[in-house]
Every structure is written in C-alpha cells, then in structure tokens.
Design a protein around this ligand. Structure first.
Ligand SMILES: NC(=O)c1ccc[n+]([C@@H]2O[C@H](COP(=O)([O-])OP(=O)(O)OC[C@H]3O[C@@H](n4cnc5c(N)ncnc54)[C@H](OP(=O)(O)O)[C@@H]3O)[C@@H](O)[C@H]2O)c1
Length: 245
C-alpha cells in the first residue's frame, strides 16, 4: 500500500508531536526532522526520523535526502523552535527562519505533482503582540514566519502549493501538563483572560494544522490564523479593567 507522505519539522515533542499524531491518524507515513528521534515512535514503521541540527543547516544538501526523495510530499509542517545554548538572537533566526527557508526551497521539488499540497508553520501570537516572556529574536522570527507564509503562498501558488501559519498563545503540552495543573493561579488568570475561558492545548493547534493541511482548506493560502481562544479580539482596556476590578 502506498501511503501519503507528510514531513514534520520538530515533530518529536510538544506541539509538533501532536501534529505527527494527526497525520498518522489519517494513515500518512510521516518523516520527522529534528536532532534526536522520539522514543514514542522509534518502533513505528510509519515514522521515519531524519537527524538534522537546524542550528547548523545552511544548505539543503546537508539533509539526508535519500528517504525524502523516494516519496512525494503532500504536506510539510514546521513546529521547531530554538532550544540551544548559544546566542538567542542568532539561534532563533537560524532555527526559526533560515532553516525554514532552506527546507522549503530544498523540498519544494519533492512535493507531489497533483492533488492538494500545503505547508503549515507554527508561528505565535508574538508575531503580532509584544511580551517579556520571549526575547526580541523570537518576536522577529514569528513576524518573519508570517511574512514568509505570505511570500511562499504567492510564489508557490502557481505550482498548487499552499502555505498558511497558525498563531497560538501559551499552550499546555503533554510535557507541561502536570506543571499547569498544579498552578491554580495561572489557570485562573487564563480563565479570566481568554474569552473561551481556558488555556489552549497542543491538540487545538494540531487540529488547525490538520485542517490547513487538507483538501478542506484547498482555497486558503497566505493566512496566519490566531488560535488563541479569542484573546486577540479583546481591547486591552477591557482586560485591564477586568483585572483591576
Ligand atoms: N508551546 C507553546 O505554548 C507555544 C506557543 C506559541 C507558539 N509555539 C510554537 O510552536 C512550536 C513548537 O513549540 P513547542 O513548545 O512544542 O517546542 P518544543 O517542545 O521545544 O519542541 C521543539 C521541537 O523542535 C526540535 N528542535 C529544536 N531545536 C532543533 C534544532 N536545532 N534542530 C532540529 N530540531 C530542533 C525539537 O527536537 P530535537 O530536540 O530532537 O531537536 C522538537 O521536536 C514552536 O515554533 C513554538 O515557537 C509554542
């Protein structure tokens, strides 16, 4: 049986791992790019891990393309984030932007020639808003990712390849669930802050990526979509008066 093929960059944990699960649930074979393989999928014949350190990636030829070249790609998702020790500005730009560009331009000729094809990038609310919990490089990367989304949506549109981005706020991941469950004050803050009165979950993000990487989104391209429970629609004065009441 020939399976459809998706590639997920940064699909070994956090939000990316749940994106991989969504593709597997649809019967896809999934190639995951990151530094280390995920234990959960080590024995899964449908998941192939390609080891690559995006901090060092400047040329697509450095990626092991043997496996990638045999299977036309239908969907490509980016969920990596800089988690290195070095300079955060250079690290964020390299892992978040440069590596994304190198991979898109290296993989574009390996996409299927017909049918729905798409790229999805996990951006952030920090593409549009400012906050002290992330460095300036992270803000620049996420804004740049949204610009890249528009650029490639435009330049690859004629080839039938769509590109969109999702912009989550702080999400609960499997790895952080216990922490957030023990933090009543943070949960209470999000209940008051978010119109939908809860924190986001990794699955909320994966569901949107899953939709954008499907025929149901066949006429959507170049968009960056807030997936934030409605926080971005609220005028800050409203939030300030609610918290000072
Ligand atoms: N978590 C949130 O609440 C949240 C909110 C808004 C936006 N986001 C965005 O969502 C995406 C995923 O975030 P996350 O919190 O789920 O991240 P995470 O848990 O830290 O996972 C990061 C992924 O990127 C890979 N990665 C990191 N450095 C790499 C490198 N140098 N080379 C290759 N792969 C590398 C990791 O695999 P290896 O370690 O094996 O390399 C891992 O698979 C990011 O783009 C983040 O900015 C997250």
């Amino acid at each position: 049986m020939i399976r459809e093929h998706a590639v997920v960059v940064g699909g070994t944990r956090g939000l990316g791992l749940v994106i991989v699960e969504r593709f597997l649930a649809r019967g896809f074979a999934v190639t995951v790019l990151s530094r280390r393989p995920c234990e959960k999928h080590r024995e899964n014949p449908l998941v192939r891990h390609v080891a690559v350190d995006l901090e060092k990636l400047s040329d697509f030829d450095e990626v092991d393309g043997d496996y990638l070249s045999g299977r036309p790609i239908r969907y490509l998702a980016f969920a990596q984030r800089f988690r290195g020790q070095g300079d955060p500005w250079q690290g964020e730009i390299q892992v978040g932007l440069t590596a994304t560009r190198v991979l898109i331009e290296g993989l574009v000729d390996r996409f299927a020639e017909t049918g729905d094809r798409a790229i999805a990038a996990v951006s952030s609310v920090y593409a549009e808003f400012v906050g002290g919990s992330q460095p300036v490089g992270y803000h620049v990367v996420k804004a740049g990712l949204n610009a890249m989304t528009r650029y490639y949506a435009w330049s690859l549109g004629g080839r039938g390849i769509r590109m969109n981005a999702v912009m989550p706020l702080t999400y609960i991941k499997d790895e952080s669930r216990a922490f957030y469950q023990s933090q009543g004050a943070i949960n209470d803050l999000y209940r008051r802050l978010v119109p939908l009165q809860r924190m986001g979950e990794a699955g909320d993000n994966a569901d949107v990526v899953d939709f954008l990487c499907s025929e149901r989104a066949a006429f959507i391209t170049g968009q960056s979509l807030f997936v934030d429970g409605g926080v971005s629609i609220v005028w800050p004065e409203e939030t300030a008066s609610k918290f000072s009441a």
